[in-house]
Design a protein around this ligand. Structure first.
Ligand code: NAP
Length: 288
């Protein structure tokens, strides 16, 4: 780490809990390698104290923060302005504090699209995509896919009302993409599996080794690919299972690195050396 002095700029992450976050390691590595006099710290912010924490950015001249679970949605109303993506998605994962103004961005969206291109060489233009899970990550993924010109996006969740709400929101905004919603269960989704080019897991299934029970993934077309937002050093249950059947599959480590690279660029105007953040994450994850 660069020596801390009176010029050191402070960045960080607001979350609750935040002890598990891999972001401090990847950002501090990039600051150190690039000789930037800055430090990135974890800030455990309980939900009831989020507005105080956002005010502290001004009081303490903190230059920027990432925002993670459970604050991504509520912070939207606490910043001075939102980027187009953050407004569309309804969630902020990066705040930039510049010229006394707080701007909320969402780099999960561009991070997902960057990783999809880099790790799976997938171009979403004109493609059919099934997204499992209708939470905040689904909204970021769906925004990226719509902006990239996907032809059809099906959203499936245990709670079909949540899936329908997101499908309606994006159908209204993006006339060139057809949106559909489903309850997430094998009987409902099986007829759709042969029709899609990409399946995205935006649920937490796999974080503790769980699997999607009862799906016959062999129904997918041979060219179909799978992106799992969950990550694991040895692959997630979904990427391992589909990889063994011959499908190309990527986990979410690339997205985590790419959203971090984008936040770093928004804060500093500089891009970290390619691959630096991802390599740092791979090292950290393999130690867990
Ligand atoms: P979230 O807001 O909790 O949304 C997850 C959604 O999935 C919820 O609607 C949930 O329903 C639903 N769900 C849970 N289990 C399900 C199942 N078995 N079948 C169908 N739907 C199910 O979480 P999120 O913020 O969107 O994050 C989702 C996942 O993406 C998490 O694992 C997160 O760690 C990961 N993520 C990764 C990155 C990255 O950089 N790689 C970035 C963002 C998120 P209920 O609300 O009813 O439980």
């Amino acid at each position: 780490m660069t020596e801390i002095d009176g010029h050191t700029r402070v960045y960080g992450i607001f979350g609750f809990p935040v002890t598990h976050s891999l972001s401090p390691a990847m950002h501090n590595e990039a600051f150190a390698r690039m000789g930037i006099n800055a430090v990135y710290l974890p800030f455990p912010v309980p939900p009831a104290r989020l507005s105080e924490a956002v005010l502290s950015l001004r009081a303490l001249a903190i230059a920027g923060v990432n925002v993670t679970i459970p604050h991504k949605e509520r912070v939207c109303a606490m910043v001075d302005e939102l980027s187009d993506e953050a407004r569309l998605i309804g969630a902020v994962n990066t705040v930039v504090h510049r010229d006394a103004k707080l701007t909320g961005h969402n780099t999960d969206c561009s991070g997902f699209m960057a990783s999809l291109a880099e790790d799976l060489h997938f171009d979403s233009q004109g493609k059919r995509i099934l997204v499992l899970g209708a939470g905040g990550a689904c909204r970021a993924v769906t925004a990226g896919l719509c902006l990239a010109g996907a032809a059809w996006i099906g959203i499936a969740d245990m709670n079909p009302e949540k899936a329908r709400g997101i499908a309606e929101l994006f159908a209204h905004r993006f006339k060139g993409t057809q949106l559909a919603s489903f309850v997430c269960e094998p009987g409902t989704l099986s007829p759709w599996l042969p029709t899609v080019d990409l399946v995205v897991n935006a649920t937490p299934v796999g974080m503790k080794g769980e699997v999607f029970e009862g799906y016959d993934w062999r129904l997918l077309a041979g060219h179909a690919v799978v992106y799992d937002l969950v990550y694991s050093p040895t692959g997630t249950p979904l990427t391992r299972a589909l990889g063994a059947m011959g499908y190309r599959a990527a986990d979410g480590l690339g997205m985590l690195a790419a959203q971090g690279e984008e936040a770093f660029y928004l804060w500093t105007g500089k891009r970290p050396p390619p691959g630096l953040m991802k390599k740092r994450l791979e090292k950290l994850v393999s130690r867990e």
